[in-house]
Design a protein around this ligand. Structure first.
Ligand code: AGP
Length: 609
């Protein structure tokens, strides 16, 4: 989604800010632009499409300005176009703004500003911001920003410059902004830590309501009441290796192949042999309160929501909770009344998904405990929960989430075992078995990679399919949902997933000799039933592709194509069964020539509601 980078210091700003937004391009965008101050005059360039277009536009030009802001835009209000790309200017062109988020009262503001004679050059909600700041501007940018922010409704991460003042002002509400300290007097600001890592490891996360002024003399953070606030300087710990493909054709493939390592990391040092339970450092819930809890409400979107559906089984079975898995956006529409017996678990790779953040904020108003299962360290969700656990799978660049999905499931598996032990539902020996079985998982995932050739040959056969159906039962229904999501995200093939038995209540009408149907078959209580479901598809001449446990001769006889995975417990099976489905989606998309790491219309972190 949209990305912001700004720089103020001694060096020419353009290479730094353009390089910075290039680091954010994995988030998805449709236009890009920047503005710098060149001898106290603004110079700005904007282009539609890839950053390459912007680079070509400025090729051969030289810029010496040491202060600038840049942006990649993912269209919300107004189509992707040069005029809608950021930065946007005030009426007198003396204030310039880049913005992430949505200004909800932009229609009323625009009407008001136009009545005062302001002329707008774009269809965006953002353009109201520089116009409003310009209206309040009397030579001090931060004063004008504070005045303008009081009139804005909605969400924003902002970087702002005034032509005649050597400073950058940034502000945040609901959309992240961080300050990177290169050295005193040299700062980089961004909406995502990825843009900053090359220049500094020292960062300051702004909180909602913060406004910061950066000048070549230093920086200061204050709030809307103009009271100074202190935010601590933190160190980035991840290495820049994460943003290299390391010989893989795409980040997605690299991230699929990282799963044995990320799963092993999730388990390392996690077992408390004395108490026979997983260790959790940051849950921040006293054990007596854990015993009092009755209901868990999981809040998430997309892939993270699928991980939540798997966790529902863990939390019910291991820890005896009543569990509700909510789409975060739908939770916002409900009239829930949460109480002291409820525990909220937001799941988010990015930690910035606005639907999940808003749902968490709604839940937090009830004073409940909230445990975040988050990947991105220091992200907004991670900072607004009462406790939680990072999944530590490292930076995920591919827009289609892979290693974060298995990492989330593993973190939730361990969490459910921990809660089950504290609540006296699991015995020490049972927890020990569950943990030992998980330890085998990284090795089992590695075995699946040996089947990649089989998966590629299936991908070749179906690369031109128009539709796919994915079916699974129980814990592997979420696996089917996730497999279908992966395929549609990166190959643009229409794919739907259903609980295997539900298929005969409608979707079976779609099945004919051209319909590939992907089954994930687990040898659990539902095995016999899923065999019948396979027969039902066969009878309609559908093409059966089955992910099965090694040596499953019954399904082999019925299916057209087989992908074998090693046997594991029913509980761990989603983390294994999803791997061939990730690879199948990847290879189909590759063979179709799709842009795998940055699929059309998608963004890595969805920061608009
Ligand atoms: C996954 O492949 C998707 N790109 C998407 O569904 C994603 O999982 C969803 O937007 C939630 O993101 P989050 O985990 O960062 O909150």
């Amino acid at each position: 989604m949209c990305g912001i980078v700004g720089y103020i210091g001694k060096r020419p700003a353009v290479p730094i800010i353009v390089n910075g937004i290039a680091k954010l391009d994995y988030r998805g965008y449709d236009s890009a632009g920047f503005a710098i101050s060149e001898n106290n005059r603004f110079v700005s360039f904007k282009t539609k499409g890839k950053l390459e277009n912007l680079r070509k536009r400025i090729h051969g030009l030289s810029f010496s300005g040491t202060r600038g802001i840049a942006h990649t835009r993912w269209a919300t209000h107004g189509k992707p176009s040069e005029k809608n790309a950021h930065p946007h200017f005030s009426h007198k062109k003396d204030i310039v703004v880049v913005h992430n988020g949505i200004i909800e009262n932009h229609t009323a503001l625009r009407k008001y500003l136009e009545s005062k004679g302001h002329h707008f050059s774009s269809e965006t909600d953002t353009e109201t911001i520089p116009h409003l700041i310009g209206m309040f501007y009397q030579g001090n940018l931060e004063n004008a920003v504070v005045a303008a922010l009081k009139d804005l409704q909605g969400t924003y991460g902002l970087a702002i410059m005034a032509e005649k003042e050597n400073k950058i002002v940034v502000a945040r509400k609901g959309s992240p902004i961080i300050i990177g300290i290169i050295r005193t007097g040299e700062y980089i600001v961004a909406s995502d830590v990825t843009a900053i890592g090359e220049y500094t490891k020292k960062i300051v996360y702004l909180s909602d309501g913060d406004i910061a002024v950066l000048t070549p003399k230093g920086y200061q953070i204050f709030n809307l009441e103009k009271k100074e606030v202190n935010r601590k300087i933190e160190n980035i710990t991840w290495s820049l290796d994460a943003i290299e493909k390391k010989g893989f054709a795409h980040f997605m493939l690299k991230e699929i192949y990282e799963q044995p390592e990320t799963l092993a990391n999730a388990l390392r040092g996690k077992w408390d042999a004395r108490r026979m339970m997983p260790k959790f450092g940051g849950l921040n819930i006293p054990e007596y309160d854990i015993n009092n809890l009755q209901r868990v409400i999981i809040l998430a979107c997309g892939t993270s929501w699928h991980a939540g559906l798997v966790a529902e089984y863990y939390l019910e079975k291991f820890a005896g909770f009543q569990v509700e898995v909510e789409y975060a956006s739908e939770f916002l529409c409900k009239m829930d009344d949460l109480g002291s017996r409820d525990l909220v678990i937001p799941i988010s790779q990015s930690g910035e998904t606005i639907d999940t953040l808003m749902a968490l904020r709604k839940a937090n108003k009830f004073g409940v405990y909230s445990l975040g299962i988050v990947n991105s360290v220091g992200s907004t969700i991670a900072r607004e929960v009462t406790g939680g656990s990072y999944i530590h799978v490292g930076l995920e660049i591919g827009v289609a989430s892979t290693k974060a999905f298995t990492g989330q499931i593993m973190a939730l598996y361990l969490l459910a075992i921990y809660l089950g032990r504290v609540r006296g539902i699991l015995k020490g020996a049972q927890a020990d078995i569950l943990f030992k079985k998980a330890r085998a998982l990284p090795g089992l995932v590695t075995e699946i990679f040996k089947n990649e050739r089989t998966i590629i040959s299936i991908a070749r056969k179906f690369k031109r399919a128009a539709n796919f159906i994915y079916l699974g039962r129980g814990l592997n229904y979420p696996t089917a949902l996730e497999g279908a999501l992966k395929l549609k995200e990166i190959s643009y093939i229409h794919a739907e997933a259903f609980p295997a038995a539900e298929m005969k209540h409608g979707p079976i009408a779609l099945v004919d000799r051209k319909m590939p149907v992907v089954f994930t078959v687990q040898k659990d209580d539902g095995y016999e039933k899923i065999l019948s479901n396979i027969e039902e598809i066969r009878a309609r001449k559908g093409i059966i592709i089955a992910v099965v446990e090694k040596g499953d001769s019954l399904v082999r006889k019925k299916a057209d194509y087989i992908i074998e995975v090693p046997g594991t417990s029913m509980f761990l099976s989603p983390m294994l069964n999803i791997v061939p489905l990730q690879l199948l989606a990847y290879h189909i998309a590759r063979l179709r020539g799709c842009e795998i790491d940055k699929p059309r219309n998608l963004a890595k972190s969805v920061t608009v509601e």
